[in-house]
Design a protein around this ligand. Structure first.
Ligand code: H79
Length: 432
Protein backbone atom coordinates (compact mmCIF):
# COMPACT_ATOMS: atom_id res chain seq x y z
CA UNK A 1 0.00 0.00 0.00
CA UNK A 2 1.24 3.52 -0.70
CA UNK A 3 2.63 5.36 2.27
CA UNK A 4 2.86 9.02 3.12
CA UNK A 5 4.05 11.42 5.74
CA UNK A 6 3.27 10.23 9.22
CA UNK A 7 2.66 6.63 8.17
CA UNK A 8 4.29 4.19 10.57
CA UNK A 9 5.11 0.56 10.20
CA UNK A 10 2.32 -0.57 12.47
CA UNK A 11 0.01 -0.02 9.52
CA UNK A 12 2.60 -0.26 6.78
CA UNK A 13 4.56 -3.44 7.29
CA UNK A 14 7.72 -3.71 5.15
CA UNK A 15 7.27 -7.52 5.28
CA UNK A 16 4.10 -7.26 3.21
CA UNK A 17 4.21 -3.80 1.54
CA UNK A 18 4.01 -3.83 -2.27
CA UNK A 19 7.03 -1.55 -2.58
CA UNK A 20 9.33 -4.13 -0.95
CA UNK A 21 8.05 -7.04 -3.02
CA UNK A 22 10.98 -7.02 -5.45
CA UNK A 23 13.43 -6.52 -2.59
CA UNK A 24 12.09 -9.56 -0.74
CA UNK A 25 12.47 -11.74 -3.86
CA UNK A 26 15.60 -10.50 -5.54
CA UNK A 27 18.09 -11.32 -2.75
CA UNK A 28 21.32 -10.44 -4.52
CA UNK A 29 22.58 -6.97 -5.42
CA UNK A 30 25.73 -5.09 -6.39
CA UNK A 31 27.08 -2.29 -4.21
CA UNK A 32 29.32 0.20 -6.02
CA UNK A 33 31.68 2.48 -4.09
CA UNK A 34 32.83 5.16 -6.46
CA UNK A 35 33.82 8.73 -5.62
CA UNK A 36 36.60 11.29 -5.65
CA UNK A 37 38.53 8.94 -3.32
CA UNK A 38 38.65 6.41 -6.19
CA UNK A 39 40.96 8.83 -7.98
CA UNK A 40 43.67 8.20 -5.35
CA UNK A 41 43.27 4.43 -5.74
CA UNK A 42 43.98 3.96 -2.04
CA UNK A 43 47.31 5.77 -1.78
CA UNK A 44 48.22 9.30 -0.75
CA UNK A 45 51.75 10.61 -0.79
CA UNK A 46 52.30 12.90 2.16
CA UNK A 47 54.54 15.98 2.23
CA UNK A 48 57.25 13.99 4.05
CA UNK A 49 57.32 11.45 1.20
CA UNK A 50 55.61 8.65 3.13
CA UNK A 51 52.65 6.88 1.57
CA UNK A 52 49.42 6.68 3.56
CA UNK A 53 46.88 4.06 2.56
CA UNK A 54 43.12 3.80 2.81
CA UNK A 55 40.14 3.71 0.46
CA UNK A 56 36.92 5.77 0.74
CA UNK A 57 38.06 7.01 4.16
CA UNK A 58 41.45 8.17 2.88
CA UNK A 59 40.76 11.89 3.38
CA UNK A 60 40.20 11.35 7.13
CA UNK A 61 42.55 8.47 7.77
CA UNK A 62 45.45 10.20 6.04
CA UNK A 63 44.60 13.73 7.26
CA UNK A 64 44.54 15.14 3.74
CA UNK A 65 44.02 18.92 3.90
CA UNK A 66 40.78 20.03 2.23
CA UNK A 67 42.59 22.08 -0.42
CA UNK A 68 44.81 19.09 -1.28
CA UNK A 69 41.82 16.80 -1.53
CA UNK A 70 40.01 19.25 -3.80
CA UNK A 71 43.12 19.52 -5.93
CA UNK A 72 43.35 15.80 -6.53
CA UNK A 73 39.58 15.58 -7.22
CA UNK A 74 40.01 18.16 -9.99
CA UNK A 75 42.07 15.56 -11.90
CA UNK A 76 39.44 12.83 -11.52
CA UNK A 77 38.63 11.52 -14.99
CA UNK A 78 36.80 8.18 -14.97
CA UNK A 79 36.63 8.15 -18.78
CA UNK A 80 36.54 4.35 -18.88
CA UNK A 81 33.43 4.04 -16.74
CA UNK A 82 31.22 1.79 -18.85
CA UNK A 83 27.70 1.49 -17.44
CA UNK A 84 26.88 -1.37 -19.80
CA UNK A 85 29.93 -3.32 -18.63
CA UNK A 86 29.06 -2.69 -14.99
CA UNK A 87 25.50 -3.87 -15.53
CA UNK A 88 26.76 -6.89 -17.46
CA UNK A 89 29.07 -7.82 -14.57
CA UNK A 90 26.08 -7.59 -12.22
CA UNK A 91 23.89 -9.63 -14.57
CA UNK A 92 26.58 -12.26 -15.05
CA UNK A 93 26.73 -12.64 -11.28
CA UNK A 94 22.98 -13.18 -11.11
CA UNK A 95 22.52 -9.89 -9.32
CA UNK A 96 19.10 -8.24 -9.59
CA UNK A 97 19.81 -4.74 -8.31
CA UNK A 98 22.58 -2.17 -8.04
CA UNK A 99 23.24 0.43 -5.34
CA UNK A 100 25.87 3.04 -6.23
CA UNK A 101 27.32 5.74 -3.96
CA UNK A 102 25.81 9.00 -5.19
CA UNK A 103 27.66 10.82 -2.38
CA UNK A 104 29.94 9.28 0.25
CA UNK A 105 31.19 10.94 3.46
CA UNK A 106 33.56 13.13 1.41
CA UNK A 107 30.43 14.96 0.19
CA UNK A 108 31.36 14.70 -3.51
CA UNK A 109 28.27 14.20 -5.70
CA UNK A 110 28.63 11.73 -8.55
CA UNK A 111 25.95 13.45 -10.61
CA UNK A 112 25.70 17.07 -11.87
CA UNK A 113 23.91 18.42 -8.82
CA UNK A 114 22.77 22.02 -8.95
CA UNK A 115 23.16 22.33 -5.18
CA UNK A 116 26.92 22.88 -5.20
CA UNK A 117 30.04 22.60 -7.34
CA UNK A 118 31.56 19.71 -5.41
CA UNK A 119 30.55 17.13 -7.99
CA UNK A 120 31.78 15.02 -10.88
CA UNK A 121 30.73 17.51 -13.55
CA UNK A 122 31.90 20.77 -11.99
CA UNK A 123 34.97 19.59 -10.11
CA UNK A 124 36.82 17.01 -12.24
CA UNK A 125 38.57 16.43 -15.55
CA UNK A 126 35.68 14.30 -16.75
CA UNK A 127 33.69 14.86 -19.95
CA UNK A 128 31.14 17.59 -19.04
CA UNK A 129 28.50 16.00 -21.24
CA UNK A 130 28.53 12.72 -19.33
CA UNK A 131 26.44 11.75 -16.31
CA UNK A 132 27.36 8.32 -14.97
CA UNK A 133 24.18 7.97 -12.89
CA UNK A 134 22.07 8.61 -15.99
CA UNK A 135 24.19 6.12 -17.92
CA UNK A 136 23.78 3.53 -15.19
CA UNK A 137 20.03 4.16 -15.03
CA UNK A 138 19.68 3.60 -18.77
CA UNK A 139 21.83 0.45 -18.78
CA UNK A 140 20.01 -0.93 -15.71
CA UNK A 141 16.59 -0.29 -17.22
CA UNK A 142 17.67 -1.95 -20.47
CA UNK A 143 18.83 -5.02 -18.55
CA UNK A 144 15.84 -5.18 -16.20
CA UNK A 145 17.97 -4.43 -13.14
CA UNK A 146 16.82 -2.14 -10.32
CA UNK A 147 18.97 0.89 -9.48
CA UNK A 148 19.36 2.50 -6.07
CA UNK A 149 21.54 5.21 -4.56
CA UNK A 150 23.72 5.28 -1.47
CA UNK A 151 23.73 8.73 0.15
CA UNK A 152 25.80 9.72 3.18
CA UNK A 153 24.10 12.01 5.68
CA UNK A 154 27.50 12.68 7.21
CA UNK A 155 29.30 15.23 5.00
CA UNK A 156 32.97 16.18 5.41
CA UNK A 157 32.85 18.93 2.82
CA UNK A 158 29.73 20.98 3.48
CA UNK A 159 30.57 24.10 5.55
CA UNK A 160 27.36 23.85 7.56
CA UNK A 161 27.95 20.30 8.78
CA UNK A 162 27.95 19.41 11.71
CA UNK A 163 27.47 22.70 13.55
CA UNK A 164 23.98 22.53 15.18
CA UNK A 165 23.56 26.27 14.55
CA UNK A 166 23.95 25.91 10.79
CA UNK A 167 22.85 22.31 10.34
CA UNK A 168 19.37 23.25 9.04
CA UNK A 169 21.06 24.95 6.09
CA UNK A 170 22.89 21.72 5.30
CA UNK A 171 19.72 19.71 5.71
CA UNK A 172 17.94 21.89 3.17
CA UNK A 173 20.68 21.23 0.64
CA UNK A 174 20.59 17.50 1.44
CA UNK A 175 16.86 17.42 0.74
CA UNK A 176 17.37 19.32 -2.49
CA UNK A 177 20.01 16.80 -3.60
CA UNK A 178 17.80 13.86 -2.72
CA UNK A 179 14.94 15.42 -4.68
CA UNK A 180 17.27 15.75 -7.67
CA UNK A 181 18.14 12.08 -7.39
CA UNK A 182 14.50 11.00 -7.14
CA UNK A 183 13.26 13.35 -9.88
CA UNK A 184 16.10 12.77 -12.34
CA UNK A 185 16.84 9.07 -11.96
CA UNK A 186 13.76 7.50 -10.36
CA UNK A 187 15.72 5.18 -8.05
CA UNK A 188 14.08 2.04 -6.66
CA UNK A 189 15.98 2.33 -3.38
CA UNK A 190 17.86 4.79 -1.17
CA UNK A 191 20.71 3.55 1.02
CA UNK A 192 21.59 6.05 3.74
CA UNK A 193 24.78 5.97 5.79
CA UNK A 194 26.71 8.18 8.19
CA UNK A 195 23.82 8.69 10.59
CA UNK A 196 25.73 7.64 13.71
CA UNK A 197 27.08 9.64 16.62
CA UNK A 198 30.78 10.26 16.47
CA UNK A 199 32.88 12.96 18.01
CA UNK A 200 35.00 13.53 14.93
CA UNK A 201 32.97 15.49 14.02
CA UNK A 202 29.88 15.17 16.13
CA UNK A 203 27.07 13.97 13.89
CA UNK A 204 23.92 15.91 14.84
CA UNK A 205 21.48 13.49 13.16
CA UNK A 206 18.64 12.43 15.48
CA UNK A 207 15.91 9.79 15.27
CA UNK A 208 13.39 12.57 14.77
CA UNK A 209 15.41 14.00 11.86
CA UNK A 210 15.33 10.52 10.33
CA UNK A 211 11.57 10.20 10.68
CA UNK A 212 11.05 13.56 9.03
CA UNK A 213 13.41 12.76 6.17
CA UNK A 214 11.76 9.39 5.60
CA UNK A 215 8.32 11.04 5.44
CA UNK A 216 9.69 13.64 3.00
CA UNK A 217 11.07 10.90 0.75
CA UNK A 218 7.94 8.75 0.84
CA UNK A 219 6.00 11.82 -0.16
CA UNK A 220 8.32 12.31 -3.16
CA UNK A 221 8.00 8.65 -4.15
CA UNK A 222 5.88 6.13 -2.22
CA UNK A 223 7.60 3.22 -3.99
CA UNK A 224 11.06 3.91 -2.57
CA UNK A 225 12.69 1.16 -0.54
CA UNK A 226 14.76 2.84 2.19
CA UNK A 227 17.33 1.35 4.57
CA UNK A 228 17.28 1.86 8.33
CA UNK A 229 20.26 4.23 8.43
CA UNK A 230 17.89 7.00 7.34
CA UNK A 231 17.19 7.13 11.08
CA UNK A 232 18.97 5.47 13.97
CA UNK A 233 18.90 1.85 12.78
CA UNK A 234 15.84 1.06 14.88
CA UNK A 235 13.40 -1.55 13.55
CA UNK A 236 10.96 1.29 12.81
CA UNK A 237 13.52 3.26 10.77
CA UNK A 238 13.19 2.66 7.04
CA UNK A 239 12.32 -0.69 5.53
CA UNK A 240 15.24 -2.92 6.39
CA UNK A 241 18.28 -3.53 8.58
CA UNK A 242 21.84 -3.19 7.34
CA UNK A 243 24.39 -5.53 8.92
CA UNK A 244 27.79 -4.56 7.52
CA UNK A 245 30.54 -7.10 6.75
CA UNK A 246 28.70 -9.82 8.64
CA UNK A 247 25.88 -12.29 8.24
CA UNK A 248 23.71 -12.36 11.36
CA UNK A 249 23.83 -15.77 13.01
CA UNK A 250 20.09 -16.25 13.19
CA UNK A 251 17.03 -14.94 11.37
CA UNK A 252 16.70 -11.28 12.29
CA UNK A 253 13.54 -10.77 14.26
CA UNK A 254 10.89 -8.45 12.94
CA UNK A 255 12.89 -6.76 10.21
CA UNK A 256 13.83 -7.25 6.60
CA UNK A 257 17.59 -7.07 6.20
CA UNK A 258 20.44 -6.93 3.76
CA UNK A 259 24.04 -7.77 4.54
CA UNK A 260 26.54 -5.60 2.67
CA UNK A 261 30.04 -6.95 2.16
CA UNK A 262 33.28 -6.23 0.34
CA UNK A 263 34.91 -8.56 -2.22
CA UNK A 264 38.34 -7.82 -0.77
CA UNK A 265 39.03 -5.75 2.36
CA UNK A 266 37.87 -2.32 1.17
CA UNK A 267 34.79 -0.63 -0.27
CA UNK A 268 36.55 1.92 -2.45
CA UNK A 269 39.29 0.88 -4.90
CA UNK A 270 42.61 0.18 -3.15
CA UNK A 271 45.30 -0.92 -5.54
CA UNK A 272 47.33 -2.60 -2.78
CA UNK A 273 44.43 -4.78 -1.61
CA UNK A 274 44.60 -8.16 -3.35
CA UNK A 275 42.93 -10.06 -0.52
CA UNK A 276 40.02 -11.31 -2.62
CA UNK A 277 37.42 -13.66 -1.17
CA UNK A 278 36.91 -16.89 -3.10
CA UNK A 279 33.76 -17.31 -5.18
CA UNK A 280 33.02 -20.42 -3.13
CA UNK A 281 32.97 -18.36 0.08
CA UNK A 282 30.81 -15.74 -1.64
CA UNK A 283 28.26 -18.26 -2.92
CA UNK A 284 28.05 -19.82 0.54
CA UNK A 285 27.53 -16.36 2.06
CA UNK A 286 24.69 -15.73 -0.38
CA UNK A 287 23.12 -19.10 0.48
CA UNK A 288 23.25 -18.62 4.23
CA UNK A 289 21.98 -15.05 3.89
CA UNK A 290 19.00 -16.27 1.86
CA UNK A 291 18.31 -19.10 4.32
CA UNK A 292 17.91 -16.45 7.01
CA UNK A 293 15.68 -14.27 4.79
CA UNK A 294 18.34 -11.65 4.13
CA UNK A 295 19.68 -10.01 0.98
CA UNK A 296 23.34 -9.95 0.00
CA UNK A 297 24.76 -6.67 -1.32
CA UNK A 298 28.23 -7.38 -2.64
CA UNK A 299 30.56 -4.48 -3.37
CA UNK A 300 32.79 -3.49 -6.26
CA UNK A 301 35.05 -0.44 -6.25
CA UNK A 302 35.91 0.95 -9.69
CA UNK A 303 39.41 2.41 -10.15
CA UNK A 304 40.37 5.99 -11.03
CA UNK A 305 39.48 5.38 -14.69
CA UNK A 306 36.13 3.92 -13.70
CA UNK A 307 36.96 0.28 -14.43
CA UNK A 308 35.66 -2.54 -12.22
CA UNK A 309 38.74 -4.57 -11.14
CA UNK A 310 39.09 -7.82 -13.12
CA UNK A 311 39.39 -10.01 -9.96
CA UNK A 312 35.94 -8.67 -8.97
CA UNK A 313 34.46 -9.36 -12.40
CA UNK A 314 35.92 -12.89 -12.36
CA UNK A 315 34.42 -13.74 -8.98
CA UNK A 316 31.04 -12.32 -9.88
CA UNK A 317 31.01 -14.43 -13.05
CA UNK A 318 31.86 -17.55 -11.02
CA UNK A 319 28.98 -16.84 -8.66
CA UNK A 320 26.61 -16.47 -11.60
CA UNK A 321 27.90 -19.72 -13.08
CA UNK A 322 27.03 -21.52 -9.85
CA UNK A 323 23.57 -19.93 -9.71
CA UNK A 324 22.84 -20.84 -13.34
CA UNK A 325 23.98 -24.46 -12.96
CA UNK A 326 21.18 -27.03 -12.72
CA UNK A 327 18.69 -24.48 -11.42
CA UNK A 328 20.69 -23.93 -8.22
CA UNK A 329 19.58 -20.28 -8.25
CA UNK A 330 16.17 -21.59 -7.14
CA UNK A 331 17.69 -21.89 -3.66
CA UNK A 332 18.21 -18.11 -3.67
CA UNK A 333 15.79 -16.07 -5.78
CA UNK A 334 12.36 -15.83 -4.20
CA UNK A 335 13.57 -18.12 -1.41
CA UNK A 336 13.84 -17.44 2.32
CA UNK A 337 13.92 -18.86 5.82
CA UNK A 338 11.46 -21.75 5.90
CA UNK A 339 10.62 -22.25 9.56
CA UNK A 340 10.47 -26.04 9.19
CA UNK A 341 13.98 -27.12 10.20
CA UNK A 342 16.90 -25.92 12.29
CA UNK A 343 19.92 -24.65 10.39
CA UNK A 344 22.27 -27.62 9.98
CA UNK A 345 26.02 -27.54 10.60
CA UNK A 346 26.64 -29.00 7.12
CA UNK A 347 25.11 -26.16 5.12
CA UNK A 348 21.99 -24.04 4.94
CA UNK A 349 18.33 -24.57 4.09
CA UNK A 350 16.10 -22.10 2.28
CA UNK A 351 12.47 -22.44 1.27
CA UNK A 352 10.32 -21.41 -1.64
CA UNK A 353 6.67 -22.44 -1.44
CA UNK A 354 6.49 -26.20 -0.99
CA UNK A 355 10.17 -26.78 -1.64
CA UNK A 356 13.13 -26.80 0.70
CA UNK A 357 16.60 -26.28 -0.75
CA UNK A 358 19.28 -27.85 1.37
CA UNK A 359 22.61 -26.42 0.18
CA UNK A 360 25.22 -28.92 1.34
CA UNK A 361 28.73 -27.55 1.82
CA UNK A 362 29.99 -30.65 3.67
CA UNK A 363 28.83 -33.63 1.67
CA UNK A 364 28.40 -36.82 3.72
CA UNK A 365 30.70 -39.80 3.39
CA UNK A 366 29.38 -42.59 1.19
CA UNK A 367 26.38 -44.24 2.86
CA UNK A 368 26.08 -41.56 5.56
CA UNK A 369 23.01 -39.34 6.07
CA UNK A 370 22.47 -35.63 6.56
CA UNK A 371 20.31 -34.94 9.57
CA UNK A 372 17.75 -32.14 9.71
CA UNK A 373 16.22 -31.26 13.05
CA UNK A 374 12.51 -30.46 12.68
CA UNK A 375 11.01 -27.34 14.24
CA UNK A 376 7.49 -28.40 13.37
CA UNK A 377 5.64 -31.29 11.71
CA UNK A 378 6.05 -31.67 7.96
CA UNK A 379 6.20 -34.45 5.42
CA UNK A 380 8.72 -34.89 2.59
CA UNK A 381 6.97 -36.13 -0.54
CA UNK A 382 9.99 -36.30 -2.87
CA UNK A 383 13.68 -35.46 -2.92
CA UNK A 384 16.40 -35.04 -5.55
CA UNK A 385 19.89 -33.65 -6.01
CA UNK A 386 20.00 -30.74 -8.48
CA UNK A 387 22.24 -31.63 -11.40
CA UNK A 388 22.34 -35.35 -10.58
CA UNK A 389 20.05 -38.34 -11.08
CA UNK A 390 21.20 -40.09 -7.90
CA UNK A 391 18.62 -41.34 -5.44
CA UNK A 392 17.84 -39.51 -2.22
CA UNK A 393 16.30 -41.48 0.62
CA UNK A 394 14.46 -39.59 3.33
CA UNK A 395 13.52 -41.27 6.61
CA UNK A 396 12.14 -40.05 9.92
CA UNK A 397 14.86 -40.11 12.53
CA UNK A 398 14.93 -38.93 16.13
CA UNK A 399 14.02 -35.24 16.31
CA UNK A 400 13.75 -34.82 12.54
CA UNK A 401 14.68 -36.48 9.26
CA UNK A 402 17.68 -38.20 7.73
CA UNK A 403 18.47 -37.38 4.12
CA UNK A 404 20.72 -39.90 2.42
CA UNK A 405 22.01 -39.22 -1.10
CA UNK A 406 23.27 -42.23 -3.04
CA UNK A 407 26.09 -40.51 -4.91
CA UNK A 408 28.74 -37.82 -4.91
CA UNK A 409 28.50 -34.06 -4.52
CA UNK A 410 27.92 -32.26 -7.82
CA UNK A 411 30.34 -29.45 -6.98
CA UNK A 412 32.74 -28.29 -4.27
CA UNK A 413 30.96 -25.03 -3.39
CA UNK A 414 27.54 -26.38 -2.44
CA UNK A 415 25.37 -29.20 -3.74
CA UNK A 416 21.67 -28.55 -3.54
CA UNK A 417 19.16 -31.18 -2.44
CA UNK A 418 15.58 -30.21 -3.24
CA UNK A 419 12.98 -31.56 -0.83
CA UNK A 420 9.34 -31.30 -1.75
CA UNK A 421 7.35 -30.89 1.44
CA UNK A 422 3.75 -31.08 2.47
CA UNK A 423 3.65 -27.41 3.27
CA UNK A 424 3.03 -25.89 6.63
CA UNK A 425 2.72 -22.13 6.97
CA UNK A 426 5.74 -20.08 5.89
CA UNK A 427 7.15 -18.45 9.00
CA UNK A 428 8.42 -14.93 9.37
CA UNK A 429 12.08 -14.75 10.38
CA UNK A 430 12.52 -15.24 14.08
CA UNK A 431 8.87 -16.05 14.57
CA UNK A 432 8.89 -19.57 13.15
O1 H79 B 1 30.48 2.97 2.82
C1 H79 B 1 31.09 1.97 3.59
C2 H79 B 1 31.92 2.55 4.71
O2 H79 B 1 32.77 3.59 4.27
C3 H79 B 1 30.85 3.07 5.61
N1 H79 B 1 29.75 2.13 5.45
C4 H79 B 1 30.07 1.21 4.40
C5 H79 B 1 28.85 0.77 3.63
C6 H79 B 1 31.32 3.20 6.97
N2 H79 B 1 31.59 4.36 7.48
N3 H79 B 1 31.98 4.20 8.69
N4 H79 B 1 31.94 2.94 8.97
C7 H79 B 1 31.55 2.28 7.93
C8 H79 B 1 32.31 2.44 10.26
C9 H79 B 1 33.58 3.10 10.69
C10 H79 B 1 34.78 2.46 10.37
C11 H79 B 1 36.05 3.05 10.79
FE1 H79 B 1 37.66 3.03 9.68
C12 H79 B 1 37.05 2.36 11.50
C13 H79 B 1 36.43 4.38 10.60
C14 H79 B 1 37.75 4.52 11.09
C15 H79 B 1 38.14 3.28 11.64
C16 H79 B 1 37.36 1.68 8.20
C17 H79 B 1 38.63 1.53 8.70
C18 H79 B 1 37.29 2.99 7.69
C19 H79 B 1 38.53 3.58 7.90
C20 H79 B 1 39.34 2.69 8.53
Amino acid sequence: APTGPGTDHATDDPFTADRTNWFRQDRFGMFIHFGAYSNLEGEYKKADGSVCRDAEWIQRQCDIPKAEYEKQAATFNPADFDAKAVVKAAKDAGMRYIVITSKHHEGYAMWPTKVNDWNLRDHSSFDKKRDILAELKKASDDAGIKLGFYYSIWDWHDPDFPDPATFPKYEKRMRAQLKELVDNYDPALLWFDGEWDTDKPNNPWTAKDGEKLEAYLRDLDPDLVINNRVGKRRVVDGDYGTPEQEIPGAPVDGQLWESCMTLNGHWGFARYDTNWKSSSTLVRNLLSTTSRSGNYLLNVGPDARGRVPQPSVDRLKQMGDWLRTSGQGEAVFGARYGGLVEEPSWGSVSRKGDKLYAAVTQWPASGAALHLKARTDFRVTSARVLGSDQKVTVTKSGDGIDVKPSGAATNDTATVIELKVDPGPTARPGKG
